[in-house]
Design a protein around this ligand. Structure first.
Ligand code: SF4
Length: 221
């Protein structure tokens, strides 16, 4: 079995509550969605078997906090992840970055995952379909692990989408952080919008945070 890997690189986490933490990133090629703001190039890739990938990551400096499975959408590769995680045998923490829509796939690998960074794909932000049912079920499963939710805010983001997100989180566990992430760190058009959203969501008693993509601010990968 082989997976298409777009890139492997060592860097810091640029998003969410783990911002600034050193990590090793494995970016899988391919995605089941097509978000309007996507900046991931999934056309270039190399194929690896789980054993080859295990060998490859040994080349990297090993003092990182965790191994990040990112994409694209890494849950398109659950058979590969299962075999790879078995080879790692819990030597590393595994941090999953996911679009939060493939709940059946998450169920198959959740026992190998330590931390889950789950996107809520707001239709007003992505310009695409709504995934409320999938997101709810996904978060119910993910809540068995450390998890936080993230929603990208664009100039088009609408409050009702954030209210739906807040209701889903509140119904599962209000301690799960919800990160509002401006689509670009310098996107001034969303700055006022985010302040207003924070006010509008204040009735939900959620762990609401605003965190831009720090790797873009400081210009690292
Ligand atoms: S889920 Fe992520 S990788 Fe997939 S299209 Fe959306 S932004 Fe791009």
């Amino acid at each position: 079995m082989r997976a298409k890997i777009n890139e492997i690189f060592s860097s810091i986490q640029g998003e969410g509550p783990y911002v600034g933490i050193p990590q090793l990133f494995i970016r899988f090629a391919g995605c089941n969605l097509n978000c309007g703001y996507c900046d991931t190039d999934c056309d270039r890739f190399k194929q690896f078997s789980p054993r080859q990938l295990r060998q490859e990551i040994k080349k990297y400096y090993s003092r990182y906090h965790s191994l990040v499975l990112t994409g694209g959408e890494p849950l398109l590769w659950v058979d590969f992840i299962t075999e790879f995680a078995n080879l790692l045998a819990k030597e590393q923490l595994i941090y999953l970055e996911t679009n939060g829509t493939l709940e059946g796939q998450l169920e198959k690998v959740i026992k190998y995952i330590d931390i889950i960074a789950m996107d809520f794909k707001l239709p007003s932000s992505t310009g695409g379909a709504a995934y409320w049912r999938q997101h709810k079920h996904f978060l119910e499963i993910a809540a068995a692990r450390e998890v936080f939710a993230k929603a990208v805010v664009t100039p088009d983001t609408k409050l009702p989408d954030l209210i739906k997100t807040a209701k889903i989180i509140e119904g599962i566990d209000r301690k799960i952080p919800l990160v509002l992430q401006p689509v670009h760190p310098q996107e001034f058009k969303v700055r006022d919008k985010i302040s207003k959203f924070r006010e509008d969501l204040s009735g939900f008693n959620l762990d609401l945070r605003v965190i831009p993509q720090i790797h873009k601010v400081i210009g690292v990968q």
